[in-house]
Design a protein. Structure first.
Length: 126
């Protein structure tokens, strides 16, 4: 195994630096998410009756964004603790598969909610 160029361990200092960077990024994203939630709340407060469904879609989008960010940070935490390149590759593949499935479901959910809102708000008057 000593002859394998991809079989290496991540030095402790490098791992600590990565974890610190990850924590700083998490704080920055948390600040962004707080600001984004405030913006959504403000937009909802200014919405007219015809835009009532936008609140539901906006809430879904924010919930999905928060879930995706949390999933990304959980992945990054596992990634910085990987012992070797094989583990990194396995983690990457697992993450990509789970995120593709999640995003597919999220797109369906938001699409359904948007369609429902459009149908309810643009019904022909009898």
């Amino acid at each position: 195994m000593a002859n394998e160029p991809w079989n290496f361990e991540v030095p402790t200092q490098l791992r600590q630096l990565a974890e610190q960077s990850l924590e700083q990024a998490r704080k920055a994203v948390d600040g962004f998410m707080t600001a984004a939630q405030k913006a959504v709340t403000t937009a909802e407060a200014q919405a007219t009756a015809a835009q009532s469904g936008a609140k539901n879609v906006g809430q879904k989008a924010m919930t999905f964004a928060e879930q995706n960010v949390a999933n990304s940070f959980a992945f990054a935490e596992r990634l910085v603790r990987a012992k070797d390149i094989q583990e990194v590759m396995a983690l990457q593949q697992e993450f990509l598969q789970s995120q593709m499935a999640a995003m597919s479901e999220q797109a369906k959910d938001i699409g359904s909610a948007a369609t429902k809102t459009a149908m309810e708000n643009f019904k022909p008057k009898a």
